[in-house]
Design a protein around this ligand. Structure first.
Ligand code: C5P
Length: 234
């Protein structure tokens, strides 16, 4: 599994995204790009096609969670968009995850990397207990959901870098870990709580780091991206 830096392009419009990506094109760089709900709902599937045409790999972060049949059909639509990675909520159960793989797999047997969200990083143990009636410790829930994802045939999970090595222990070293919550040692945490540097994320076995504001809000986004690559990949 090749390690890579995925840039979370949390922009409100295509214009803002294009202006950002032009800086990278001018520097001869083509980062792996994450397109989330905000941009997808604002611009529709055309935004995926436009970024693909520019030659970027795409992680389409739409976190599907619905009845198996609906997820299967939606995944089929996403596989036709030719993204490289997409995701769903493990909360939707194994049946839903298996249906998702069926929908995502193209006629030639290929499919994008499919990963599961275990528990959102915004869900604390207290919220899980009070709002979701889940009494188990958060770490146990994350491990269990990761195991269910692996048993359903998914490729990996989105998790905190602090959970990455444990997920690998439970699900195997080839099970992909995609980890947000990345900050340089000298940058602001923003609203992220459990953060890690790119260098440390590499040492705990993350396969992909997802980096947003430390790159998108930097004075020199290309330099910030290159620093991530130096610390995490090289
Ligand atoms: O700007 P920042 O580096 O915090 O962006 C992190 C990205 O990763 C955002 O797009 C956020 O939605 C996403 N993410 C996260 N925590 C998760 C799952 C996704 O921060 N558990």
């Amino acid at each position: 599994m090749g390690k890579d830096v995925i840039v979370a392009c949390d922009f409100a419009s295509k214009d803002a995204l294009v202006e950002f990506l032009d800086k990278f094109s001018n520097a001869g760089r083509k980062p792996f790009v994450k397109i989330g709900m905000e941009l997808f709902y604002a611009e529709g599937p055309e935004i995926v096609k436009a970024v693909k045409e520019r030659g970027h790999k795409i992680f389409l972060d739409l976190k599907l969670c619905d009845i198996p049949n609906t997820v299967k059909k939606s995944m089929k639509v996403l596989s036709n968009l030719d993204v490289d990675m997409t995701n769903l909520h493990a909360f939707g159960t194994k049946e839903m995850m298996k249906a998702a793989i069926e929908g995502l797999t193209r006629e030639d047997g290929t499919r994008p990397i499919l990963i599961a969200v275990t528990q959102l990083t915004s869900t604390s143990e207290e919220r899980m207990k009070n709002d979701l009636l889940i009494d188990a410790p958060l770490a146990e829930v994350v491990e269990h959901y990761a195991k269910c994802a692996a048993e359903s045939g998914l490729d990996g999970v989105v998790c905190s870098p602090h959970e990455a090595s444990r997920v690998k222990e439970v699900c195997g070293k080839n099970f992909v870990t995609v980890t947000p919550g990345i900050r340089f040692a000298d940058s602001a945490a923003d609203d992220q709580v459990r953060i890690m540097t790119p260098e440390k994320a590499k040492s705990v076995g993350s396969d992909y780091i997802v980096v947003g504001r430390p790159i998108t809000a930097a004075d020199d986004p290309v330099a910030a991206y290159e620093r991530c690559v130096r610390e995490f990949v090289d």
